[in-house]
Design a protein around this ligand. Structure first.
Ligand code: ASP
Length: 439
């Protein structure tokens, strides 16, 4: 059995955290490929090493003083090395990094050093081989990830490495320069490695015990989701729930490899298993509830619209020309409504209105701002009658007006639109009717 284990920044923020990670890895022989993030925050007031590296690089490359922050970064690693009693001297690494910063090797290069150095510490601590991600993870000259070239190289390289540490977050471009994924990208590296070695499992260790049914800032102490499908996860993350980098799903999904979210500080907790498909019955009808504020609706009415072939396309083309993507588009007999992100829309508002007039000569265009969208997601909803009724009843009891409803025929996602001001209360009401009431 082969397991890829990725540890997030807070799991590797100090020597104490490293020891927990060491225990976790040593407790299961299948944990052979390790992907570390850079050291994260040790407490709320602390700084992530990645952020410090960006600051240090900006100062050094702009001729400002950078020594103080560099000393702080060095001290973070030294604390870990000393706390683990390692015989590891990284002076020459730091010298090289300083030279490279002064030579303006790039912000991506700077940020990547957090993972690079942590990978070296981790490999030394575990006695695993260190493989520099720059040698096995590839980007093109524009910084787009090259999935297939990477997969071939990684598979070949890891075939000869029984146990290895591969730092997360970065790789290299054809000219040898370092490129990174977007923030939180070590999750993506873990997924890429899992795909390349045909791992049985990709464990993603973090500081929470899995995905929560709802945002804990809105619902106090929400339940943890035990099993979730990639599809449900995609829908919930799209609507704002975040634990895992979005792009981390695609590589493992192609191979049907499950991702297991675990808590480094509570390894006894079950965590959340993310799978392609499962017969495991979900505990509740609804797997998760997530949402976002800040939408605007553009309502368009025209008598006999339904008979006008191409009406929808012409309207959407107006948005497309302004570079605005739409979120949802419920329609009626002679009406259609396009939901867009308010901040994106506002700058182009007047051009869109005049564009629609020109394109389809509507009878009426009406705008409504400050709307929130809430997604109620769950494979358990399929073929189960009464789910929508329960959502609407819950919202009506909470005296919340529903502005929009959208359910695709996959029956695994119902989206409701409410006013921004009702957002939190709406999520609580839906949580209570599906989870609290079923506990
Ligand atoms: N260290 C990087 C960040 O802070 C990448 C990661 O942690 O996944 O975004």
């Amino acid at each position: 059995m082969k397991t890829v284990v990725k540890f997030g920044g807070s799991s590797l923020a100090s020597a104490r955290q490293f020891k927990k990670v060491g225990d976790i890895i040593r407790s299961d022989k299948s944990r052979r490929y390790v992907i570390p993030s850079a050291p994260g925050k040790r407490n709320d007031k602390d700084e992530k090493v990645t952020d410090m590296l960006y600051q240090c690089y900006d100062a050094a490359s702009q001729g400002r003083s950078y020594k103080k922050i560099l000393e702080k970064i060095i001290a973070r690693y030294q604390e870990i090395i000393d706390g683990l009693d390692l015989n590891l001297n990284m002076d020459h690494e730091f010298q090289r990094i300083e030279e490279d910063f002064l030579a303006k090797k790039g912000r991506d290069y700077a940020a990547s050093r957090g993972e690079y150095l942590n990978g070296m510490v981790m490999a030394n601590y575990l006695g695993y081989e260190f493989i520099d991600a720059a040698e096995v993870i590839f980007f093109d000259e524009n910084g787009s990830f090259l999935a297939e070239a990477t997969n071939t190289e990684l598979a070949e390289r890891l075939a000869t490495a029984d146990k290895a540490v591969i730092p997360g977050f970065y790789g290299s471009a054809p000219d040898g320069s370092i490129r990174t994924f977007s923030r939180g990208g070590s999750d993506v590296t873990g997924s890429i490695v899992a795909r390349a070695i045909h791992a049985d499992l990709y464990e993603n260790w973090t500081d929470v015990s899995g995905f929560l049914v709802a945002d804990p800032r809105i619902v106090p102490d929400p339940q943890v989701i035990e099993t979730i499908t990639y599809k449900e996860l995609r829908e919930l993350s799209y609507m704002g729930a975040s634990v895992l980098h979005e792009d981390a799903i695609f590589p493992v999904r192609e191979e049907g490899i499950p991702i297991h979210i675990r808590n480094t500080n509570k390894p006894e907790d079950k965590g959340t298993l993310i799978v392609e498909n499962t017969c495991r019955k979900p505990r509740y009808t609804v797997t998760g509830i997530a949402g976002k504020k800040g939408f605007c609706s553009v309502f368009i009415e025209k008598a006999m619209m339904n008979g006008e072939v191409g009406f929808g396309r012409k309207v959407l083309e107006v948005f497309e020309k302004q570079g605005i993507s739409f979120e949802h588009m419920p329609s009626g007999i002679d009406t259609m409504t396009v939901f867009v992100h308010q901040t994106e829309f506002i700058q182009h508002e007047q051009s869109v209105i005049s564009g629609i007039h020109r394109a389809v000569q509507p009878d009426l265009i009406d705008l409504e701002s400050d709307m929130a969208l809430i997604a109620v997601v769950g494979r358990g909803m399929k073929g189960n009658r009464g789910t929508a009724a329960r959502i609407f009843a819950a919202l009506s009891h909470a005296r919340i007006n529903i502005k929009m409803i959208d359910q695709g025929s996959s029956e695994t996602n119902i989206i409701v639109g409410v006013k921004n001001d009702d957002f939190e209360r709406a999520i609580k009401a839906v949580y209570d009717i599906f989870i609290t009431a079923e506990l």
